[in-house]
Design a protein around this ligand. Structure first.
Ligand SMILES: Cc1ncc(C[n+]2csc(CCOP(=O)(O)OP(=O)(O)O)c2C)c(N)n1
Length: 642
């Protein structure tokens, strides 16, 4: 649905159009931009609060900088809707995150204004620094390089690695710290407390303002005075601010805190800062969800609320007429509490995803035994390893694609030492509208080659519970459980726990000609496909592997001895995936069957509804039906009986 933009915004196609307006128009433009985001996101979905919070900053940046010559890098990119609208994509914005439409994150291939592809957090400082050093080497010393990073994203080690390096490169980097005290959930950690303390510290701010006033006054006295001013500033800040300001201590010139909703002042400040060479940090205080009262009030809920009524604020939820299966993440959350009540060694860990993983259920029930460690996947894994050395059983829940960050920690800190850490990989498989950066496509491939790991995937809610139950038993060693985004298949899911035999799959049904080997939730696609195929006279067998590692070799011997055609189905990358493991088994044991592998092909899959993407990749119900039809013999009921 096309939404009409306000009178000023509708004339802005690119930043050059924005620059035609006078400073006094910037407030109205910000208002119109905010309204446009509300209008479109309410009917289209997507991230919400973060973009509303940076409306003024976005307008000010494109007004003050010379983009795309100047490089503007958004961290995570979920807050860049305003940027997209001001940089040529206003009329496409209604296709945001839709299959075939524009991406919900900045993307180099989409626009020259998107300087760096994002989705995962905390990359902006390193990327902007790389651009700045490149400009320096090319002699383009007038170019500005700006990283906009949230206080949540600033909690990651990668952000500090970038700051640490930028502090010694004398290149033109401006880090804008968008401090709204929120990650998706309230931000956590000592850094957050530090930022709050410098924001509210009256004496620090008075002292800083006094220095700025004196210096600005002096610098008006001419070029020589300017030199002096720089000297004085350096020495005052060097001696006093350095002691009290973390960023100054890292050789950044710290400015702020400033009101991130005062668009005129922001534009002026950004222009002024462009004249100062070297690494600088502007601490900008904003309100997540600014301008939409409910989003300001419940910032976690409005991070990505789904569709809503923009007048009443009512979030639209379809009301089903019969009980629905739960989300896998909620089964994880509730099961954690049940297991932890019975086993006091269990603790829960999430890197900044309490709501997204549903670990918040345990955090509420047992606050001392569940930890949000900030956007810090590497730390989450090694912290879990440390806990495990002391006999605890950490359940470390990380989205599959974010786990890519912590690969060495999984190998070096957990697997080599055979520590009892349970990794619950949520959003495994195609994740949907967040697109290529967020699909959990690679975990099977990148985990399967690591010795000592058990890797499993539940086909339904009951299996997830049983795998979690199995994983927390004594001395099981490192244990991975991967499950997808979205709902399972069992409305009545709370069944008693049963320990599963590690490395054992299960036969779901016998058949003729062809065997379907599935792993995880996609097994349900095979169940549906089989029902339809049976009515057409095709009778594939179906096995649920349950474990990627160790593979159930007994089951595979049975399959290869009995069936000429084997179809593997997985919600993961074909290169290195379960199908590959089955091929390896076949080669190692001298079998010779026709193996067809269905899964994610060797390319990055864009955004869309999960069902659209499963179909695109060719492993949904219809694709399984088509694959079976190609190789199986059509039988009548009589020939089956014979
Ligand atoms: C590596 C990684 N881990 C987790 C996430 C999930 N995530 C997306 S936005 C976000 C919060 C970011 O907070 P902040 O940087 O303060 O931005 P805000 O939403 O407050 O504007 C998180 C945890 C991610 N995108 N990347």
């Amino acid at each position: 649905m096309q939404v009409k933009a306000g009178p000023l915004l509708s004339k802005i196609n690119y930043p050059a159009d924005l620059k035609q307006y006078s400073e006094s128009d910037l407030e109205q433009i910000s208002q119109e931009l905010r309204q446009y985001i509300i209008d479109v996101v309410s009917v289209n979905g997507g991230h919400f609060g973060a973009s509303l919070g940076v409306v003024e900053l976005t307008v000010a940046l494109h007004y003050a900088l010379n983009t795309p010559y100047d490089k503007l890098v958004w961290d995570v990119g979920h807050q860049a809707y305003g940027h997209k609208i001001l940089t040529g994509r206003r009329d496409l914005f209604h296709t945001n995150r839709v299959y075939g439409g524009i991406s919900g994150f900045p993307k180099i291939s989409e626009s020259e204004y998107d300087t760096f592809g994002v989705g995962h957090s905390s990359t902006s400082i390193s990327a902007a620094l790389g651009m700045a050093v490149a400009s320096q080497l090319k002699g383009e010393t007038d170019r500005q390089h700006v990283a906009v990073i949230g206080d949540g994203a600033m909690t990651a080690g990668l952000a500090f690695e970038g700051l640490n390096h930028a502090g010694i490169e004398n290149s033109n980097v401006l880090v804008i710290l968008n401090d709204n005290c929120m990650s998706i959930d309230p931000n956590v950690g000592a850094l957050k407390e530090y930022l709050t303390s410098i924001t509210i510290s009256k004496s620090y701010n008075r002292f800083r303002d006094d220095i700025s006033h004196v210096l600005t006054g002096l610098s008006k006295l001419g070029p020589n005075a300017h030199k002096y001013v720089k000297k004085i500033e350096k020495s005052i800040k060097g001696t006093l601010l350095k002691q009290s300001n973390l960023f100054e201590a890292l050789n950044f010139r710290y400015f702020g805190p400033v009101d991130g909703h005062d668009v005129k002042r922001l534009a002026q400040t950004i222009k002024d800062l462009s004249a100062i060479p070297g690494p600088k940090l502007l601490h900008c205080v904003t309100v997540k969800g600014k301008g939409f009262a409910l989003a300001e009030k419940d910032q976690t809920k409005w991070h990505a609320p789904g569709l809503f009524d923009k007048i009443t604020g009512e979030i639209k939820k379809s009301i089903p007429d019969k009980p629905q299966p739960p989300k896998y993440q909620d089964v994880f959350g509730h099961t954690m509490v049940e297991l932890a009540e019975a086993n006091n060694k269990i603790v829960g860990i999430t890197p900044a995803m309490p709501s997204g993983s549903s670990l918040n259920i345990m955090m509420k029930a047992m606050p001392k035994r569940a930890f949000d460690v900030g956007i810090a996947e590497q730390h989450a894994v090694t912290f879990s390893a440390g806990l495990a050395t002391q006999g605890l059983v950490p359940f470390c829940n990380i989205y599959s694609s974010f786990m890519q960050r912590a690969y060495d920690q999984v190998i070096h800190d957990v697997a080599i030492q055979k520590l009892n850490v349970v990794f619950c990989l949520d959003r495994a498989g195609l994740a949907g509208a967040d697109g290529a950066t967020h699909h959990g496509a690679y975990d099977i491939a990148y985990m399967r080659c690591i010795p000592n790991l058990v890797i499993s995937s539940p086909m339904n809610e009951e299996e997830l519970r049983n795998l979690m139950y199995t994983a927390q038993q004594e001395n099981v060693g490192p244990f991975v459980i991967r499950y997808p985004r979205g709902n399972g298949v069992m409305p009545d899911w709370k069944r008693p726990f049963k320990a599963l035999e590690i490395g054992k799959g299960r036969k779901i049904c016998d058949g003729e000609d062809v065997a379907l080997l599935t792993i995880g939730h996609v097994g349900n696609f095979a169940v549906e496909a089989r029902a339809e195929l049976n009515s057409e006279g095709f009778y594939p067998a179906h096995y649920d592997l349950r474990f990627v590692k160790p593979l159930d070799e007994q089951l595979l011997h049975e399959v290869f001895a009995k069936y000429k055609h084997v179809i593997t189905v997985e919600d993961g990358s074909l290169p290195g995936g379960v199908g590959s493991a089955v091929l390896e088994f076949m080669g190692d044991h001298g079998y010779n069957a026709n193996v067809i592998r269905l899964g994610i092909p060797d390319q990055f899959i864009e955004h869309g509804e999960q069902a659209e993407l499963w179909a695109e990749c060719g492993y949904d119900k219809n694709a399984i039906i088509a694959a079976v039809r190609k190789v199986a013999i059509k039988r009548t009921t009589d020939s089956m009986a014979g």
